[in-house]
Design a protein around this ligand. Structure first.
Ligand code: NFE
Ligand code: MG
Length: 580
């Protein structure tokens, strides 16, 4: 009998996501992705000074902190053609890179690992054999038999007391778990170590931006001045702290994250042939060269290139133009919204509208047991590139870097595939997505050193400017200006669209990575990236314990808080919240 499997909420993500899978036997015939909460941060941007926007929109998310602020200042700089100096570009690159390294490590250990690692099985591990395993993988110092014996004891205390705490909910003992107990114990130890590590490396943002999460940013540069002799500025001591953090990041990535990913993946090779998905990939690009000013129209000097790959064809890269309404449109035919131009038309974000159209999750006729997927079923829109659904994120970036000939990427991807005895086809998969995230973390962490070296060389040469001193009275702005600020957030391409009129924000729209990936079907009934990835030829072991759904969904690292926004083109009040 055909049955609908519902997973709601999907846990170990940010925000509220529901997945429904229409089964055919034990196979998923059709999958539906639903963002189940609506909220509205873009609405409150209207009428404000564009230079303040970053501070508000950065609060869209507390996980990918920084990135919405960064996209926002770039949007304003683009609209007003406001250049930034080389040091600011380098510091921004360091901050964006630090966000990636932090976010990706946290995702692997704290949000994704338990899809592959059976915590309870770790209790069976022999600490001595665990130590031998760990030492065979890398030179990470925390790897003695005594260390793992202590870790096992700690874990046993939790389990015996019935207090699994952070490990309480999962499908422990499910036959889909394949790691030996020693690998499980090692991974649990690194889960706990990563918690401590992330607290220290988050300080890079605090040094350049005052705090983390949500560091300070600045239209026209970066906010903290460089002055080697000042106690309050970015001085010699703080720069040496940054250097130490970069090293701490790189050693954890090289000695723990990369070897763990490869070791875990080696036990799950079938997952390099599952969860393949759309096969279309899009990248906006990021990490401008130091001298590229504020030019969002020419990204040829950016380290991560922009482009679209269709049907897994790495030999042909298509251009992306975020300003062109024929390139980027958002559709709402399966969303809980309406458009003044009708439910089946797409709109470019500069013309974006958000009118709520919601009559209960199952629609008026259906009590809420399952989504009415013929109609609206989510608070996400369906963005499309030239009408096509595309996947964004680490896999898209690694493929683009590879296809465009980045040598470090090619060497790392090829050597990893050969270590795992896999061919390139394996990249287009659930574990391909997860492995790409790990590999790009290493590539980015390595790049951080070169940006730091350039920054130090500038400072030594007496160049300490971090912002553009050009005086700019709003009265000197054009009466109307439009800008788009884009970047690669950890989960994929992120763009903020701004329309400035008479010195104030007139319209503001964010089109974010998790909207591209987690969005629903469009007016052509084409599935979104999550949906397509779940619809494959493989069986679930047990539809009542669908760990396979979690594996594929987590491989995208969902953030629904980012993905769901609410904008009213008329600036009218849409919701009233009563507090008694
Ligand atoms: Ni809230 Fe985000 C990232 C953005 S997701 S995590 O990365 O932008 O879509
Ligand atoms: Mg939006």
């Amino acid at each position: 009998m055909s049955e609908r499997v519902v997973v709601d909420p999907i846990t170990r993500i940010e925000g509220h996501l529901r997945i429904e899978a229409q089964m055919n036997g034990n196979k998923i015939e059709s999958a539906y992705s639903s963002g189940t909460s609506v909220r509205g941060i873009e609405v409150i941007m209207r009428g404000r000074d564009p230079r303040d926007a970053w501070a508000f929109v950065q609060r869209i998310c507390g996980v990918c902190t920084l990135v919405h602020g960064m996209a926002s200042v770039r949007a304003v700089e683009d609209a007003l053609q406001y250049e930034i100096p080389a040091n600011a570009q380098l510091i921004r690159n360091l901050m964006i890179a630090a966000q990636y390294v932090h976010d990706h490590v946290m995702h692997f250990y704290h949000l994704h690992a338990l899809d592959w690692v059976d915590v309870v099985s770790a209790l069976e591990a022999d600490p001595k054999a665990t130590s031998e395993l760990a030492q065979s993988l890398s030179n990470w110092p925390k790897s003695s038999p005594g260390y793992f014996a202590d870790m096992k004891k700690k874990l046993k205390t939790f389990v015996d007391a019935g207090q699994l705490g952070i490990f309480a909910k999962a499908y422990w003992g499910h036959p889909a778990y394949k790691l030996p107990p020693e690998a499980n114990l090692m991974a649990v130890a690194h889960y706990i170590e990563a918690l401590e590590w992330q607290r220290d490396v988050a300080k890079l943002h605090a040094i350049f931006g005052g705090k983390n999460p949500h560091p300070m940013l600045l239209v026209g540069g970066t906010p903290n001045p460089i002055d080697l002799d000042s106690d309050s500025a970015v001085n010699a001591k703080k720069l040496s702290q940054v250097q130490a953090i970069i090293e701490k990041m790189r050693s954890f990535v090289d000695q723990v994250y990369v070897p763990d990913t490869v070791a875990v993946a080696g036990f799950y090779k079938d997952w390099f042939y599952r969860g393949e998905g759309l096969g279309n990939f899009m990248v906006y690009g990021d990490f401008p060269s130091a001298d590229s000013g504020a030019d969002m129209r020419d990204t040829s000097s950016w380290w991560i290139p922009s482009g679209v790959i269709l049907d897994r064809n790495l030999n042909e890269i298509h251009d992306v133009d975020l300003r062109d309404p024929s390139h980027v449109q958002e559709f709402i035919s399966h969303s809980w919204y309406d458009y003044s131009v009708g439910k089946d038309q797409g709109l470019h974000p500069w013309e974006g509208e958000t009118n709520l159209d919601y009559e209960g999750r199952g629609g008026p006729a259906t009590p809420y047991k399952q989504l009415n997927v013929d109609d609206g079923y989510t608070w996400l829109k369906a963005p499309r590139w030239k009408g096509k659904a595309v996947e964004v994120g680490p896999l898209a970036r690694v493929l683009l870097l590879y296809a465009k000939g980045d040598e470090a990427t090619q060497a790392l991807v090829d050597s990893t595939l050969s270590k795992l005895e896999l061919d390139k086809r394996a990249l287009f998969s659930t574990l391909g997505r997860t492995a790409a995230r790990t590999l790009e973390t290493k590539l980015i962490a390595d790049k951080m050193q070169s940006w730091m070296d350039s920054l130090m060389a500038n400072i030594k040469a007496g160049e300490t400017r971090t912002f553009n001193e050009r005086q700019w009275e709003p009265s000197s702005w054009p009466s109307e200006a439009r800008g788009v600020g884009f970047m690669e957030a950890p989960r994929g391409g992120l763009a903020h669209y701004i329309v400035i009129k008479d010195e104030k924000i007139d319209n503001y729209q964010a089109v974010v990575p998790s909207t591209w990936n987690a969005g629903p079907r469009d007016s052509q009934n084409q599935a979104g990236a999550y949906e397509a990835a779940l619809q494959d030829e493989h069986e679930l072991h047990d539809p009542q314990q669908p760990v396979e759904i979690l594996r594929t969904i987590h491989s995208f690292d969902p953030c629904l808080a980012c993905a769901v926004h609410l904008t009213d083109a008329e600036g009218e009040e849409m919701l009233q919240v009563k507090v008694r």
